[in-house]
Ligand binder design. Structure first.
Ligand SMILES: [Zn+2]
Length: 132
């Protein structure tokens, strides 16, 4: 390829990168209409660019997401909900476990306070604000 054609190669890349102005695009179109070697080269560049774009952005087949979801076992999709409906007693116990343990911790703190006083005759219903 002679120097006269080499300046069109950078123009081809600009056109393929969609960075060419309309005037540059027209200049290239006019040249490749007359010049067979540049026309072939531009065709090859365009094919390479198309191939590269397809590699960089692979096309997922139609309904890809739906097909994958359909192949998943049904039980795994709503595992927690299914477990709760099969074991309602355990679910209720798990839900009650947190407030129950908080109540037990609070009861333990009240007992410790009562024993520290040494009389053991009164049950505290509320912790005093000032312990001194
Ligand atoms: Zn040319």
């Amino acid at each position: 390829m002679s120097d006269a054609h080499k300046k069109f190669v950078s123009l081809m890349n600009k056109v393929l990168d969609e960075e060419a102005t309309k005037e540059e695009q027209r200049l290239l179109d006019a040249h490749i209409a007359d010049c067979s070697s540049c026309r072939v080269h531009f065709h090859e560049l365009r094919q390479s660019a198309d191939l590269l774009n397809r590699l960089v952005h692979p096309q997922a087949p139609l309904n890809f997401t739906k097909n994958v979801l359909d192949k998943l076992p049904a039980d795994n999709r709503h595992a927690v909900r299914n477990w709760v409906s099969r074991h309602p007693l355990y679910a209720a116990m798990a839900i009650c476990a947190l407030p129950m343990s908080l109540m037990m911790i609070a009861a333990r703190r009240q007992t410790v306070y009562r024993d520290k006083n040494g009389n053991g005759q009164f049950i505290l219903l509320k912790m005093p604000e000032n312990r001194s």
